[in-house]
Write a protein that binds this ligand. Structure first.
Ligand code: PLP
Length: 398
């Protein structure tokens, strides 16, 4: 019998969404007349922008003709998309990221999960709590030492550079689940930490498009010196409804060097080697759809899409505040992070919301120890459902 990777036995079982499902099913069975509204979903609900669809339809047609048919594409993505990203997401904002520093992928989950492959096993990894669980689980699978950076309410849930040494740090801004964002001075402190510790920052900016306030960095590469100590991840999932379509990218600057056994190697080259070995590229059709996001019409549609989720976030945030809850997020992120009232645990609040308002959210305990006492609501539902859910919460808790 072959041996399995024992590190998998060290993963904490995630019962979060299964438990939510069970409790919601039991409630529905007992209350068949009640309409349950979920503000717990992390998936988008609005269809793809028409510009993206048209581009994908055209690409499908190209696949049907010998002259325009495409087989295997470049591992790192087609030039038309990498150029559009370099120009549209970086150069237009004054950030100098070249096309050959961009690697197109099938989304940020795979990228943030797989990037560990280019790092040695004995690196010390720092991870925030509360957290998007992929960062922890993939490092447990790789048997790395993981140290936790607690993100506390008094700091607006921003992770502060720790007093301990780490070789790799995962940061997520705008943050899932807390909805917080890192300011420029906070990111500067992280880049200074990375320089001092010769560490690499893995910067997950999957929700970058939700930033609405001026002065908040959209990219870690807005910070001087970050190009030699950071990798950035982005996704079209929440930006343009690509959760099922699958496309994202990561940026690995050519200045970022890693070391082993007295030798140095560019992280960019190591990742290209990784992708060419383990990945055969994102589908041409999907990349055409993603490139359409960067056209004037695509931009307009994406802005409308994001604005509609932002409006939901505003409704939730203002409704909760009016109902006497304390909450953060929802301004630069699609997530609202709510403090459980009256000392309730996050699962107790889950039950109260379900029983009193027929509304479903996500208990903070599911995102790590520091998430206990908090609760995540999302703005990805329909507008009518969001308004109705908030009304019910106000009526039940005010
Ligand atoms: N990073 C964060 C912080 C997320 O919340 C998610 C999805 O929920 C992802 C990455 C994954 O995004 P993708 O759909 O691009 O894989």
């Amino acid at each position: 019998m072959a041996f399995f990777n024992e590190n998998y036995t060290k993963l904490s079982e995630s019962y979060l969404f299964a438990t939510i499902e069970q409790r919601v099913s039991a409630y529905k069975k007992a209350n068949p007349d009640k309409k349950v509204i979920s503000l717990g979903i992390g998936d988008v609900t609005k269809p793809l922008p028409k510009t993206c669809l048209d581009a994908m339809h055209a690409a499908v047609d190209e696949m049907g003709h010998a002259e325009t048919f495409r087989g295997y594409g470049p591992y790192e993505g087609y030039a038309f998309l990498r150029d559009a990203i370099s120009e549209g997401d970086y150069k237009s904002r004054g950030i100098d990221i070249a096309s050959d520093e961009i690697f197109v992928s099938d989304g940020a989950k795979g990228d943030t999960g797989n990037i560990g492959d280019i790092f040695a096993q004995d690196n010390i990894v720092a991870i925030t709590d509360p957290v998007y669980p992929v960062y922890i689980d993939t490092n447990v699978m790789a048997h790395r030492t993981v140290k936790i950076i607690p993100c506390k309410e008094e700091n607006g849930f921003a992770p502060l550079p720790p007093s301990f040494h780490a070789d790799i740090v995962y940061l997520c801004s705008p943050n899932n689940p807390t909805g917080s964002v890192l300011s420029k001075p906070q990111l500067e402190a992280w880049v200074a930490y990375a320089k001092e510790n010769q560490a690499v920052i893995l910067y997950d900016a999957a929700y970058e498009r939700f930033i609405s306030e001026d002065g908040i960095p959209h990219s870690i590469f807005e910070i001087e010196g970050a190009k030699s100590c950071a990798i950035e991840f982005r996704s079209f999932s929440k930006t343009a409804g690509f959760t099922g379509t699958r496309c994202g990218y990561c940026v690995i600057p050519k200045d970022l060097m890693l070391t082993a056994g007295g030798e140095t190697a560019p992280a960019n080259k190591l990742w290209l080697r990784h992708q060419s070995t383990k990945y055969n590229g994102t589908s041409y059709i999907i990349q055409r759809g993603a490139a359409a996001i960067f056209t004037p019409e695509g931009r307009k549609e994406v802005t409308e899409l994001i604005d509609s989720y932002r409006e939901n976030a505003r409704v939730i945030r203002e409704g909760l505040l009016a109902a006497g809850f304390s909450c953060t997020g929802g301004v630069n992120a699609p997530y609202i992070w709510l403090k459980c009232p009256k000392g309730l645990t996050s699962w107790q609040l889950f039950d109260e919301l379900l029983n009193k308002a027929s509304v479903v959210g996500t208990p903070g305990a599911g995102f790590g120890e520091m998430g206990e006492g908090f609760f995540r609501l999302t703005s990805f539902g329909s507008h009518a459902d969001t308004v109705e859910a908030v009304k019910r919460i106000e009526a039940a808790f005010h």
